[in-house]
Structure formats: structure tokens, C-alpha cells
Design a protein around this ligand. Structure first.
Ligand SMILES: *Cc1c(COP(=O)(O)O)cnc(C)c1O
Length: 488
């Protein structure tokens, strides 16, 4: 790979602050920025829940990176070449061959998205009373395991909850904790150990290759299967390349192969990895392959599409190859850093070090004085939308389930995630976001809490409706119009 070889000679920033984009934009989508009164009305109509906003009311959509990354011209071109068929399409074989070459694993099972792969894995390997250790849970992963009576243990380093850290690999598994937990439950009760690349719920924090190696060695000694959730692998690869001394001279392709050899099973959401749609599972064990194969045909579709369209599969094959180019995978980390730096200049608290996926604003320090049961991160997400038409995602107490007795389960952290999908935004849009969030920070004493108007029993953050406690949103609008008389 030319680009990978040239890496050591190429800078990622110009003049140490402007992120370099090694692509140009050749197709665009018109955006609209509503005046602030209409943003307020849209937020209230959406029950102060950013999931319930309509796209047409959103200016900068930073809800997620899932399925909204910009594709390359090669990906679109490949989609036209798709070979459609229920069974045995050429498209599937092209995708399979690509994945075999990149990961060095013989078997590939396609699924319609990441959680579908988790469903298959859980059904194949999790039994009631079994245990699964992981650096940190992801919402859908945990739900699939606990639904089948399995228990999830988080064995991340203590540093992971430090929001102002300098630790480069905060997503690492703590080996002592892992050993102690395995000893406690017994190795024969462990379904598998799961490593999540680019740890989603704690700020897109990476795992080092060295840590993966140590976890793998320990598990192999004990006969325990190691599973990699590679959904957020692209950002994690960039951090291994740039933060892990021993990997500086390695190409991304070499790092992926080495990593893959440490894993028994790799699964991913292609809504994130490969800038496409769909997902899948990779293994080199024929036994594991056969065990999961029947579940794919049962839940996903025939083995040569697994719920994906042939166009998605073509885009994924090309997107996977592009993931080996360090200038493709640098995009999100560089923009997260650029946004983090701008916010930092104005004192806005963010989770550090800046990771992948998005910039995480720390609501605990931002809106002091709102108790956790009035959802400070949810209130901040609503205020950010009103202030700038910017849609983020609450990742705090609102995203938790209530305890059995109906009391609030208070989250470890109260965050608003401003996701940075790959190649979607321009640098000036990032600066706009920083500018509006910084204005809000200066006026943070105006932000008040939220309370539920309608609270679903499960996954309440998706569909729940809330109202502001008091008239703080109207006051915020009034102050904004005083500072910015045009209202935008
Ligand atoms: C998004 C995600 C999943 C689930 O993938 P979907 O395609 O949304 O079902 C699993 N694991 C991680 C780490 C993710 O970020």
C-alpha cells in the first residue's frame, strides 16, 4: 500500500492545528439551519429527546457514526457491479475473499448488522449461568448476553472512568482483574472474553495491540475463547499506529493481521467499519463456523448474503480495503481532536484523551448543580440542539435502565457524545460546533433539568419523552437572541 508506506513522511496536521483531509467532496447534501425559535419548537416536539428529532430540523447531525459515514467513489462504483442472486453470488465471494485476505481467517458469516452478529454469538456460546468478561459493555452486546442468562463482567483498567486522563489506551483490559474474575467463576464457566476495539460507551477509547496479545496469551493458556468486537476498529487502528511505539513502523495491514491471529472470533458492524452497511463474523475454526452457520440461515438469511443487499456487500468489500489506508482511518480521530482542542481553549470540559467516534462533552462538569435524576446530559444535549441545531446523543443516566425497585440507576458518567462520522463534515462545521457549544458553556447557568413525560420500560432513551423543569429553555433562547440578534 503506497499510502501506508508513505505514512512516516506525511503529516496529519498542517501548522500543527488544521487537520489535513486527503480527499475532496464531490457530492453534497443541502442543509438548513432553522432560526432559534424553530429549533426550540422542534426540540420540544421531539420530547427533548434527540433521537426523536426529524433530520430536516437538524443542521449538524452528530447523533452517531452508524450507517452515516461518507462512502468513496470506488465504493459507489463497486455497487453498480453487484451480482444479485439468492445463493452463490459473485459479490459474496468477492467480499469473502477480501475479508480472508485482510484478516487471515478462513470462514466468514454475513449478518444484517452488528447486533445480529451478537445475537448469533450469544446463541452459540452463552448459556444460562455462564460468564463473559470484557473491557466495557456495549448496549446491544450486554442485552444479548443477559437475555440468555449470562453475566457480563467489566474488567477495564481503573483509568477508564477518569475523564481527564493522559493514558493513551484507556480501553485496555486490566489483566489482574481479568485473572481474578476468571478464578472466581472458574474457567469452564467462561463463555468467552470479549475485547471491544475503540470502546464505545466510555469515549471511543482504544485498546493497545500489546494488551490484546496479553489477554490472548492468558486466555489460550486457560482454554478460553477470545472475541474481538471490531465495529470501531478503524479508529483503534489509527491509535495503535500513532500511539503504540512498537507499531510505528508497521503498516495498518500488518497490524490487522497480527491482531487477527490473537482472536478466535472477530465480529463487526459494517454500519461503522468499512463505511457501508451490514456486518459479519470471522473465524478460522471450522467447529465454530458450523455451530454459528445454522443460526445465520435461521435469523439472517442464506449464507451468501446474511441479510445484506449485494450492493452493501460490494461497498463493504471496497470499504474494508480502504480501511487499511492510514489517511482514510485518520479522519475521525483528527476531527475529534480538532473539536476537542477548540472546546478546550474555551474551557469546555471533554473526555480526555480525545479518542475515536466523537468528542464527548462531560456534562457533570459542564452543568453543575443538576442532579443525576434530572438528567444533566439529556438537558445538555437538548440545550446544544437549541443553541446550534447540533444533534448529539445523551450517554448518561437517561441511557440506563431503572433498578428493579424503580429507583434510578445513576450512570458512571454523564456525557453528551458529539459523533464525528467519517468524511461527512468540513472543518468550518467543526469550528461552528465548537463555537456554539462554547457560547453555551459561557451561559451554562441557564441550563436546567428534565423530567419524564412519557417513560418506556425498556431502552427508554430511544423513545422516551421529557419536559424541561421550569422555563429555562425560553430564557436560553432570549439570551441567545440578545447575543446573536439574527437568531441563527
Ligand atoms: C454499533 C455497535 C454495535 C452494534 O452494531 P449495529 O450495526 O448497530 O447493530 C456493536 N458493538 C459496537 C462496539 C458498536 O459500536
Amino acid at each position: 500500500m503506497m499510502a501506508a508506506e508513505a505514512y512516516n513522511k506525511i503529516e496529519f496536521f498542517s501548522g500543527d492545528s488544521i487537520p489535513l483531509e486527503m480527499h475532496k467532496v464531490r457530492m453534497v447534501q443541502r442543509l438548513y439551519l432553522l432560526p432559534i425559535e424553530e429549533r426550540l419548537a422542534a426540540m420540544q416536539q421531539a420530547g427533548n429527546n434527540t433521537f426523536l428529532l426529524k433530520n430536516r430540523d437538524v443542521f449538524i447531525d452528530m447523533l452517531t457514526d452508524s450507517g452515516v459515514n461518507a462512502m468513496s467513489e470506488q465504493q459507489y462504483a463497486a455497487m453498480l457491479m453487484a451480482d444479485d442472486s439468492y445463493a452463490g453470488s459473485e459479490t459474496f465471494f468477492r467480499l469473502q475473499k477480501t475479508l480472508q485476505e485482510i484478516f487471515g481467517k478462513e470462514y466468514f458469516l454475513p449478518t444484517h448488522q452488528g447486533r445480529a452478529a451478537e445475537n448469533i454469538l450469544a446463541n452459540a456460546f452463552v448459556t444460562s449461568g455462564s460468564h463473559t468478561m470484557m473491557n466495557y459493555h456495549f448496549t446491544t452486546t450486554k442485552a444479548h448476553i443477559t437475555r440468555l442468562g449470562g453475566t457480563v463482567h467489566e474488567v477495564t483498567t481503573d483509568e477508564v472512568l477518569n475523564v481527564d486522563s493522559t493514558e493513551p489506551f484507556k480501553g485496555n483490559i486490566d489483566l489482574q482483574k481479568l485473572k481474578a474474575t476468571i478464578d472466581e467463576v472458574g474457567a469452564d464457566k467462561v463463555a468467552f472474553v470479549r475485547i471491544e476495539a475503540g470502546t464505545n460507551l466510555v469515549g471511543g477509547q482504544p485498546v493497545s495491540l500489546q494488551n490484546m496479545r496479553e489477554v490472548s496469551q492468558l486466555c489460550r493458556r486457560l482454554g478460553i475463547m477470545v472475541v474481538l468486537d471490531a465495529s470501531l476498529l478503524a479508529d483503534n487502528l489509527f491509535f495503535i499506529k500513532t500511539r503504540e511505539e512498537a507499531c510505528r513502523e508497521k503498516s495498518i495491514a500488518e497490524i490487522v493481521l497480527e491482531m487477527s491471529q490473537l482472536m478466535d472470533i472477530i465480529y463487526f458492524s459494517a454500519r461503522k467499519l468499512g463505511c457501508a452497511r451490514g456486518g459479519g463474523i470471522l473465524t478460522s475454526s471450522e467447529e465454530h463456523f458450523k455451530k454459528m452457520r445454522t443460526l445465520v440461515t435461521l435469523y439472517e438469511g442464506f449464507l451468501t448474503y446474511g441479510g445484506m443487499s449485494v450492493r452493501e456487500m460490494e461497498a463493504l468489500a471496497v470499504g474494508m480495503r480502504e480501511t487499511l489506508d492510514v489517511h482514510v482511518i485518520s479522519q475521525t480521530p483528527l476531527y475529534v481532536e480538532a473539536l476537542g482542542k477548540e472546546l478546550d481553549k474555551n474551557g469546555v470540559p471533554t473526555v480526555k484523551p480525545w479518542g475515536g467516534l466523537g468528542c464527548h462533552v462531560d456534562a457533570t462538569r459542564f452543568v453543575q448543580g443538576i442532579p443525576q435524576d434530572q438528567y444533566p446530559a439529556g438537558a445538555l444535549a437538548a440545550a446544544i440542539f437549541i443553541t446550534g441545531g447540533i444533534r448529539g446523543m445523551e450517554r448518561g443516566t437517561l441511557s440506563e435502565q431503572r433498578n428493579e425497585d424503580g429507583s434510578e440507576h445513576l450512570a458512571d458518567m454523564e456525557l453528551v457524545r458529539l459523533a464525528v462520522p467519517k468524511r461527512v463534515f468540513t472543518y468550518s462545521q467543526i469550528k461552528y460546533v465548537a463555537d456554539r457549544v462554547s457560547w453555551l458553556y459561557e451561559n451554562r447557568e441557564l441550563i436546567g433539568g428534565l423530567e419524564f413525560e412519557e417513560e418506556p420500560e425498556t431502552l427508554r432513551f430511544f423513545l422516551g419523552r421529557l419536559r424541561p423543569i421550569g422555563d429555562w429553555q425560553e430564557k436560553l433562547v432570549a439570551k441567545f437572541k440578545k447575543d446573536m440578534p439574527t437568531g441563527v
